[in-house]
Design a binder for this molecule. Structure first.
Ligand SMILES: Nc1ncnc2c1ncn2[C@@H]1O[C@H](COP(=O)(O)OP(=O)(O)O)[C@@H](O)[C@H]1O
Ligand SMILES: [Mg+2]
Length: 416
């Protein structure tokens, strides 16, 4: 019995090491499967770029490397599985063999009866089968534990802070930024420094500046996508931290640089996020956004499916749908982030009229590349490297002879 007992810690040690290995390999397999899926997704989504840049070979190699890695991990798992059972059984059998050997030594033979010996050996053999099963189950168990760890990591992510309890239903759209400092959680340096401005309900404020100066980040802070470093953003003199996210975001409509459309009908894309919208309202919004003319030419009109992320539409058409979407929402605050960037001059002119309709009675924060589209704004802020360097209306800024005048001069020359 003692000899058998000494094999137990040895077996336990092996099982421990093997379990560890199983878990590590299972984790690696999950990661490498993720890589394989990720690359597939990227290449299929970006098949036009892959073809246009003739990078088929590079992508094939990238895919082959990810596949190789995955295959190696799986081979490792199978090899471990294949060695684990014999190894553990080997240790157990050595114990057994030692017992039988000792029992057959002459001076032991006398002290053990045949019955005791047989029952002992039978009992020992009966341990072998469950031991075998146990090692087999272990591999599945460890894979399950590794998967559960990934899932719990995801579940344990801290959700968006939504502790506001100021349950107002109507906001006028008075927007105030007070010495806002902001840094992306992943960045080393702060992006926005000491941003302060005030727009009253119904007014339009425009932001201009070089790309990368922080304009998009600045206006997105209004919907509390990221926490501020310091400073305050207020709507109607209520700190936006005090507003529940649902209420805050219902009051802000965004037409962004990157329009996201859903694999659904045109009507549902325009009415996105809203319930009980009549077709009449959708058509009105589409007309105001100058989208109706192209929607009518489509085979099924509003009921046309537009494919994944609106693949069947042109850039300008997508942007017009986004504008119709914003028109339909009754939000008092409107953010236009280069909303007309992918339109030709003529469409832009049409859209500008639509946008002027949209801006009426709404507080508008507009970012535009073409300065001609923001000359009428009530305030214009020039952003340079995360700071406001100039502010005023079009005429005042021109007289300053600074950044704005320079930008204006440049664009003016280009259009000549
Ligand atoms: N999600 C993000 N995480 C980290 N850095 C970002 C993120 N989005 C933008 N940035 C960085 O912030 C800077 C400003 O970007 P952005 O606000 O888009 O500028 P603009 O709209 O003026 O072109 C850029 O340098 C960009 O690299
Ligand atoms: Mg931008």
């Amino acid at each position: 019995s003692l000899i058998i007992l000494t094999t137990v810690p040895i077996i336990a040690y092996f099982v421990y090491r093997i379990s560890h290995r199983f878990r590590r390999i299972s984790k690696n397999i999950q990661d490498s499967m993720g890589d394989v899926g990720h690359i597939c997704n990227e290449v299929i989504d970006g098949h036009r770029e892959v073809k246009a840049f003739s990078s088929q070979m590079i992508e094939k190699q990238r895919f082959a490397i990810a596949n190789q890695k995955n295959r190696r991990q799986r081979m490792k798992k199978i090899a471990t599985e294949a060695t684990a059972q014999p190894l553990i059984q080997f240790v157990a059998v050595i114990g057994l063999a030692t017992v039988i050997y000792l029992a057959t030594l002459p001076h032991w033979l006398d002290s053990i009866s045949v019955g005791t010996f047989i029952s002992f050996i039978t009992a020992m053999f009966m341990i072998l089968t469950p031991l075998k099963r146990l090692t087999k189950i272990n591999s599945k168990l460890q894979a399950g534990i590794a998967a559960a760890q990934s899932i719990f990591n995801l579940i344990d992510q801290v959700p968006e802070q939504d502790k506001g309890n100021h349950h107002t239903t109507i906001l006028q759209g008075d927007v105030k930024y007070q010495s806002v400092h902001f840094k992306y959680p992943t960045a080393h340096h702060s992006l926005l420094k000491d941003i302060s401005f005030h727009v009253r309900p119904g007014e339009t404020i425009a932001f201009v500046g070089h790309s990368g100066s922080g304009k998009t980040s600045l206006v997105n802070l209004l919907t509390r996508l990221y926490p501020l470093q310091s400073g305050e953003i207020m709507i109607d003199d209520i700190d936006i931290q005090q507003l529940p996210l649902g209420i805050l975001r219902k009051h802000v409509a965004i037409v962004g640089q990157h329009v996201t459309l859903f694999n659904d009908t045109i009507a549902n894309n325009i009415a996105y996020g809203q319930n009980n919208i009549s077709e009449q309202h959708i058509i009105e919004a589409a007309k105001a956004a100058h989208a109706w003319s192209f929607i009518q030419t489509l085979p099924e009109g509003l009921a046309t499916q537009i494919g994944e992320n609106g693949i069947l539409l042109s850039g300008g058409q997508r942007q017009r749908l986004a504008i119709a979407r914003a028109l339909l929402s009754q939000a008092p605050i409107l953010i236009l982030d280069e909303a007309t960037a992918s339109l030709d001059s003529q469409s832009e002119h049409h859209i500008q009229i639509a946008l002027d309709n949209l801006k009426r009675n709404r507080t508008t924060l507009v970012i535009a590349h073409r300065l001609s589209t923001i000359e009428q704004a009530d305030h214009i802020l020039v952003i340079h490297e995360g700071r406001i360097v100039e502010s005023g209306c079009h005429q005042q800024l021109l007289q300053l002879q600074g950044h704005y005048a320079q930008l204006h001069q440049l664009q003016f020359e280009n259009t000549q």
